[in-house]
Design a protein around this ligand. Structure first.
Ligand code: CTP
Length: 138
């Protein structure tokens, strides 16, 4: 049984998220996903996610390619999560290329290319452009 682990916020689920999760799952037999809690996202990206941690976890766990989901409470705890979930492979997007090489002593580390042209931040910006005055629809 080869276990793959990956991490992310997965707010406003989009095709880039689905593709990296499917490609991660294809690297092993079991995919475990750490979903960053909202506080972590606030400190990491400077804004709270649109969806709650519970909703983001429910959405990710509903995907066929995902076997287990847990809350990622600390960016510094990746090594502990790798050991706790018995991961053989850590997958990160290639925007993090090289940044997680320290975990090569614990498991294989793979950086997968991101899907071009989409991100949660871009979606939020695009939606704001479509509807610059959200109050007008309340
Ligand atoms: N990801 C991807 N392709 C994209 C966007 C994200 O492969 N176009 C991957 C990231 O590399 C990461 C995972 O999806 O492994 C979760 O990324 P996340 O930061 O939650 O999504 P983003 O869309 O990048 O969010 P943001 O714009 O807020 O940074």
């Amino acid at each position: 049984m080869k276990t793959v682990i990956t991490f992310g916020t997965y707010d406003l689920l989009h095709i880039g998220h689905v593709r990296i999760l499917q490609r991660s799952a294809a690297l092993g037999d079991r995919l475990v996903v750490g979903v960053s809690c909202s506080d972590l996202n606030l400190s990491k990206k400077g804004r709270a996610p649109v969806y709650t941690t519970e909703d983001r976890m429910a959405i990710i766990s509903a995907l066929e390619c995902v076997d287990e989901v847990f809350v990622e409470k600390s960016l510094e705890a990746k090594g502990e999560y790798i050991q706790k979930y018995g991961a053989d492979v850590l997958v990160m997007g290639d925007d993090w290329e090289g940044r997680f090489d320290e975990f090569k002593s614990l498991c294989e580390v793979v950086y997968l290319p991101r899907t071009v042209g989409i991100s949660t931040s871009k979606l939020i910006a695009d939606i704001s452009d479509i509807n610059p005055d959200p109050e007008s629809h309340s």
